[in-house]
Design a protein around this ligand. Structure first.
Ligand code: GLN
Length: 549
């Protein structure tokens, strides 16, 4: 019987519910349990694919092409399992299913209502993840208890325990214990109110995870226990951590996995923390400074590039480097070039994006990196601007552009494929999800990956134009990876440059803290070589500083 854990949040948003759930998932995995995770999102968009990353953070992409909430990225990075489209359900997608069934006549003339039809569909989505090959499903309910939008989700998870039995469900509630400066006290009242609200929906939490700036006292734990009717062992403190990846160890020390396993009658297992402890040691030891410019359009919201930032950090862990990110608005690049600020960087990343704003700045940055031996990693749109730069400034294709930005350019080096041309629906029309690529043996990318057949996730409409590819290649840009039929360019690189590599894919979605995406590892190695003034020689682990003399 698959066990279910439901994670809800109280008091405030942004408490790190996703990280808490993902950390719990990792701890259960360390106990030898097979874990999967799911996010239920209260918004009405059918998926986050059409949402502005500036408002909602990045769209995370799964292997099967799901455009999902960024919390799935945390889940994958922590539990180290590939999730699927079904691991994210929004109110919009749930209503879509119910409305489609209603139109088909599946409800046989009955009145279709939130209870039971919407709640049944929510339960169906949760159950869909359970199965013989899964011991535990962790389901995070987005939003905060008290929001109008999450009521159907709370009702569904309340019913769920009745459906599958008490021992098979555990409710974890994540709340905030604020510190009130003038009185010098940590306050439990918001937690009490939030638990009361949850109880008003018929859910008594089994575990309360209290987020706080500094540790809460044993006395305070007792008080929360008594007032919220949760045993002291179920009051778990999660203080602000120095690094994200310490959270599982912190929650383990607080007894979270032990408590949850005892509630779910899974307490015969012991957690083997060794791999994660080694990771946290590597994170702490990663101190060699390396400064990376992230040149984007949504730089005011760090979450818009969450997976890219995490992948850079992962590359850093591999090489003992502490990655410092300089957030650079693409629209400011041309001005910054004059100030020499880009030359101070050890590497630049050109991330993905949509729309014309900032594109000329990205092209200028790609050119600067190319001409100044500055390591540069282009991701999706980032690769496209590298091709545009090369076409314009080396291949002599004046005014070369993507037809996304200039439909009448005389050199459309980036263009829609015929199959994409007549699509008007904004949802689900992209090349999205895992695609296999074949790499040219001995190319920089093949050496970075250590193999020549690879798979990465995609999310884009435009491609390198096959009609102009040969012309750009003959000017010296190497297309070092393509789709197996050689029709689509997947990777480009510049022979002789320390690292000027672009990919049409989004390798950031597959990077894991103890297994960085290969291109990110190689990119950080090149940036580190520049930072430490060594001759940049890629794909060799940089020497340890103490061996350098
Ligand atoms: N806008 C570009 C395209 O649609 C790039 C997309 C991206 O960077 N994800 O092809």
């Amino acid at each position: 019987m698959t066990k279910h854990i439901f994670v809800t949040g109280g008091v405030a948003s942004g408490l790190g519910k996703g990280i808490t759930g993902a950390s719990l998932g990792r701890l259960l995995k360390m106990r030898g349990l097979r874990v999967t995770m799911q996010k239920l999102d209260p918004y009405i968009n059918v998926d986050p694919g059409t949402m502005n990353p500036f408002e909602h953070g990045e769209v995370f992409v799964t292997d099967d092409g799901g455009e999902t909430d960024l919390d799935l990225g945390h889940y994958e990075r922590f539990i180290d399992e590939n999730l699927l489209r079904d691991s994210n359900a929004t109110t919009g997608s749930i209503y879509s299913s119910v409305l489609a069934a209603e139109r088909r006549g599946d409800y046989l003339g009955r009145t279709v209502q939130v209870i039971p039809h919407i709640t049944d569909e929510i339960k169906r989505r949760i159950n869909a993840l359970a199965g013989d090959d899964t011991d535990v499903v962790i389901t995070e309910v987005g939003g905060t208890v008290g929001d109008i939008e999450i009521l159907p989700f709370l009702e569904a998870i309340r019913q769920f325990r009745l459906d599958v039995g008490r021992d098979n469900v555990c409710y974890v509630h994540v709340t905030l214990i604020p510190y009130i400066g003038p009185s010098g006290e940590q306050k439990t009242k918001p937690t009490q109110h939030s638990v009361t609200e949850l109880r008003g929906r018929g859910i008594q939490p089994d575990v309360i995870v209290c987020r706080s700036e500094v540790a809460i006292t044993a006395g305070l734990k007792k008080k929360i226990s008594a007032l919220c009717d949760v045993p002291v062992s179920g009051v778990v403190n999660a203080t602000d951590a120095d690094t994200l990846y310490e959270v599982p160890l912190m929650l383990h020390a607080e007894g979270l996995d032990t408590e949850v396993c005892s509630i779910l009658r899974l307490d015969d297992s012991v957690a083997d923390l060794s791999e994660w402890e080694a990771l946290v040691r590597r994170v702490r030891d990663a101190t060699r400074p390396v400064k990376i410019g992230l040149i984007g359009k949504y730089v005011a919201l760090v979450d818009a590039y969450l997976s890219v930032v995490e992948s850079l950090n992962h590359g850093g862990f591999e090489h003992g480097a502490a990655v410092e990110i300089e957030w650079i608005n693409a629209e400011d690049v041309e001005g910054l070039l004059a100030t020499g600020r880009l030359a101070d960087l050890d590497g630049i990343v050109l991330p993905g994006g949509f729309g014309e704003r900032g594109v000329e700045g990205k092209i200028a940055a790609a050119r600067f990196a190319r001409e100044n031996a500055l390591p540069c990693l282009g991701l999706c749109l980032g690769m496209q601007v590298m091709v545009i730069d090369y076409a314009r400034h080396v291949a002599g294709m004046d005014g070369a552009n993507s037809t996304e930005f200039d439909p009448s350019t005389s050199f459309p080096v980036i263009d829609l494929m015929d199959t994409q041309r007549d699509v008007t629906d904004k949802g689900g029309t992209m090349r999205v999800g895992a695609c296999v690529a074949e790499l040219v043996p001995d190319s920089q990318v093949a050496r970075a990956y250590g193999q020549t057949v690879i798979s990465e996730r995609h999310r884009h409409r435009f491609e390198v134009n096959p009609k102009l590819r040969a012309e750009v290649e003959s000017a010296g840009l190497a297309c070092s990876g393509t789709s197996p039929d050689n029709r689509l360019v997947e990777f480009v690189e510049l022979p002789g440059h320390p690292f000027w590599v672009g990919t049409q894919a989004h390798p950031e979605f597959k990077s894991r803290p103890n297994r960085p995406a290969p291109l990110f590892g190689a990119f950080i190695a090149a940036a580190l070589a520049r930072a430490e003034g060594r001759r940049p020689h890629l794909f060799e682990l940089p020497d340890e500083p103490d061996q350098e003399g």
